[in-house]
Design a protein around this ligand. Structure first.
Ligand code: ZN
Length: 422
């Protein structure tokens, strides 16, 4: 049995009254990619299917954990251990006849650009800024220009959803035409909150290791023999922070993750927040509405950033954010940075991670000559780590040198011009 959408279709065909235009009723085959099959991604997938999109793809690298079941409602106990994207696709296809969902199990970065090019629209329902930023920068890189004119056929919009506790946002990104995520990156404080399942079993970021140390190891009396059981981690107690830092570092080494610093530890401890299922539903519903408006043309899209605050009463507002001149992703220019000439490479690495305009962690850094001075992961890590203690001039970084910085966070390199303060 194929689901009937005649009510939606009569809505799209309406004329008169306040309706300005007829919408396109042939939107069912509009090809959409949903990025992420966690709490938010599952809601997005369901909402899209319910509104009549029948040509969907969902990508996620994770498998289902027992701890997901409380809020990732497409998963059952029997699904634990199976890929999230596969189970989510199966479930929604069963509930919504006629809807075809392709699932991909894997990392975003491992898909070829031709994969992303094959969609008309991408929706991100991800739990971390890094992957959302990567998605946004990849879609920006797909836009082709000729004689300074954008080729509109190469534009694939991104509807970016995000939630944190009672708070959420939806942003409609039209790459190179409007602001991208990097244009507004300074609005997002470096993210310090993570789902418990990631912390417990699938750490990928230094922050995950710190959250593990401060939440799981700290509560475990066989690991934490130093402080009495029941003591809360106190961010203002240096002995507590030091304990968490040391255990996070140890876990990071075991998992081959770099970037755990004392400062980052302090940031993570100060800000721990749970995911709330109903906030996910609200934000997912709005992303699906934006997709529906875009695919049918029945109404104007959000321009361009909606914020939802549910913590003190309810508040939503829409802001029309602007493209940032010189954005490192969509308006490719070199960024300049003034630093003391006595700065070590480690201090530079910390600086670019903490800088609200950059927020680049796990970088690899090269000189104009092409010489690589630091790589935070992989086989070159060990070889270049000894450079961290050296001052930049000792490494051959000259006044006005343009460093080439690559990071898993964005799909194209950042050029950072170094000026020394004397
Ligand atoms: Zn931008």
């Amino acid at each position: 049995m194929t689901r009937s959408y005649h009510q939606i279709e009569s809505f799209l065909k309406r004329t008169g009254g306040t309706a300005e235009e007829e919408g396109n009723v042939n939107y069912h085959d509009f090809k959409i990619l949903v990025v992420g099959a966690g709490g938010l991604g599952c809601e997005v997938l369901k909402a899209l299917a319910m509104v009549g999109f029948q040509n969907l793809t969902i990508i996620d690298m994770d498998t289902i954990e027992y701890s997901n079941l409380n809020r990732q409602f497409l998963f059952r106990k029997k699904d634990v251990g199976r890929p999230k994207s596969e189970v989510a696709a199966e479930f929604v296809m069963k509930k919504v006849p006629g809807c075809k969902i392709t699932h991909v199990v894997g990392r975003l970065e491992d898909q070829p650009l031709s994969f992303y090019k094959s969609f008309k629209l991408v929706i991100s329902g991800l739990d971390n800024l890094g992957a959302r930023r990567w998605t946004s920068s990849t879609l920006c890189s797909l836009v082709e220009t000729k004689n300074g004119e954008i080729n509109p056929n190469t534009i694939i919009p991104l509807i970016d959803g995000g939630t944190e506790g009672f708070q959420g946002h939806v942003m409609v990104i039209v790459p190179k035409v409007g602001p991208c995520l990097d244009c507004i990156i300074s609005l997002f404080p470096p993210q310090k909150t993570f789902p418990m399942c990631t912390i417990a079993s699938q750490p990928r970021l230094p922050e995950h290791c710190i959250a593990w140390a401060s939440q799981i190891a700290w509560e475990n009396p066989t690991i934490n023999t130093e402080f009495p059981h029941g003591t809360k981690v106190d961010a203002d107690n240096p002995a507590h922070v030091q304990w968490v830092y040391e255990h996070a570092l140890q876990r990071a080494e075991e998992k081959n993750i770099s970037g755990v610093t004392y400062r980052l530890t302090l940031g993570v401890i100060k800000n721990i927040m749970p995911a709330i299922a109903s906030t996910n539903s609200l934000i997912a519903a709005q992303t699906a509405n934006e997709a529906f408006k875009y695919a049918t043309g029945c109404a104007n899209n959000l321009d361009n950033y909606l914020v939802y605050y549910g913590k003190d009463g309810i508040n939503t507002s829409v802001e029309s954010l602007e493209k940032k001149k010189g954005c490192l992703v969509c308006d490719m220019q070199t960024m300049s940075k003034s630093i003391p000439a006595t700065f070590t490479l480690q201090q530079l690495v910390d600086e670019i991670s903490d800088d609200p305009e950059l927020q680049v962690s796990n970088p690899s850094i090269g000189l104009e000559s092409g010489q690589i001075i630091f790589v935070s992961r992989g086989p070159l890590k060990e070889q270049t780590e000894k450079n961290l203690g050296l001052e930049l001039p000792q490494l051959g970084v000259k006044e006005g040198e343009e460093l080439i910085i690559n990071s898993p966070a964005i799909s194209s390199p950042i050029f950072l011009k170094i000026h020394y303060e004397y």
